[in-house]
Design a protein. Structure first.
Length: 290
């Protein structure tokens, strides 16, 4: 797909807020027709109404839990039934989780994997046959810089994002010659409610950005641009490319920085992750990617 065509049909998961909502708005500004899904039905319908009021775009908004095969299939099916095609699929829905590896329960890890990895796979599996039949289309996977480099308290979350990196690499190769392309987007420290909504399973740790922050709108612009100029991987912060080169050349450097970060938090925790004071860890859930 060389460029975003007027009237292109775009499906976005996790569109009730954050990057998903900003991405839907950015595509609407370019004249796209939208099918939006989110676990939070009220939020995604409100997002759809706002986009219609501001842009006049054709929008379908519906509840979609990416942990359920049927929900994702219905979302893609709604796009095809209403508009007859799907030009862009943005797999954005995800959830945050912060804990030491030793504090991560199997149940938490499984639930995280269901949303962040299998949820994306469900979107890909549902849309690829449609796009192959059209001989064109573009698939966006919203990953994370944590899919290239992990940090303390990010082990399980990073594992899901590393999985998306591998999944996308294989997908791109398998789509060769089909007219369908795929891009992995690597956001970093996006200013949304992601950190506040993420679950924390290690008492004493408070999620916060590691370094500079970016806006959801800036990430959305990169996602739209990936349709115009498909690239295998897109860093939303250019400086991260240099950081990854340095990290690859000098792996001890990332380890040193990560260990220093961990030592900053260690005094706040007992060996088994129990608070030394009376504060309570965040236990919320996020339904849309940062």
């Amino acid at each position: 797909m060389a460029r975003l065509k007027p009237g292109a049909v775009v499906v976005v998961t996790g569109a009730g807020g954050g990057i998903g909502r900003a991405t839907a708005a950015a595509f609407a500004q370019r004249g796209a027709r939208l099918v939006l899904g989110d676990l939070r039905e009220v939020a995604v319908r409100e997002a759809g109404r706002t986009i219609v009021e501001r842009t006049g775009a054709a929008v379908v908004a519906m509840a979609c839990d990416v942990r359920r095969d049927g929900d994702v299939e219905r979302l893609v099916g709604a796009a095809f039934e209403r508009f007859g095609r799907v030009d862009v699929m943005v797999n954005n829905a995800g959830t945050g989780y912060y804990a030491r590896v030793e504090d991560t329960s199997v149940e938490d890890f499984r639930e995280l994997w269901e949303t962040n990895v299998l949820g994306v796979h469900r979107g890909i599996a549902a849309v690829v046959p449609v796009m192959r039949a059209q001989s064109e289309g573009h698939i966006v996977i919203v990953g994370s810089v944590n899919g290239r480099q992990s940090w303390p308290f990010h082990g399980a979350y990073s594992a899901t994002k590393f999985a998306l990196t591998g999944l996308t690499q294989s997908l791109r190769m398998e789509l060769a010659g089909s007219g369908v392309t795929a891009s992995l987007i690597l956001p970093v420290n996006v200013r949304t409610g992601f950190f506040d909504a993420a679950k924390v399973a290690t008492a004493g740790y408070v999620p916060q950005p590691l370094g500079a922050t970016t806006s959801a709108a800036s990430v959305a612009r990169r996602i739209v641009r990936s349709v115009d100029r498909p690239s295998p991987e897109i860093d939303t912060v250019g400086a991260m490319r240099l950081a990854f080169v340095l990290g690859g050349a000098f792996p001890w450097l990332a380890d040193a920085v990560g260990k220093r970060w961990y030592r900053r938090w260690s005094p706040r925790m007992h060996p088994k992750g129990v608070y030394e004071d009376s504060a309570s860890p965040n236990s919320g859930r996020a339904s849309a990617k940062d």
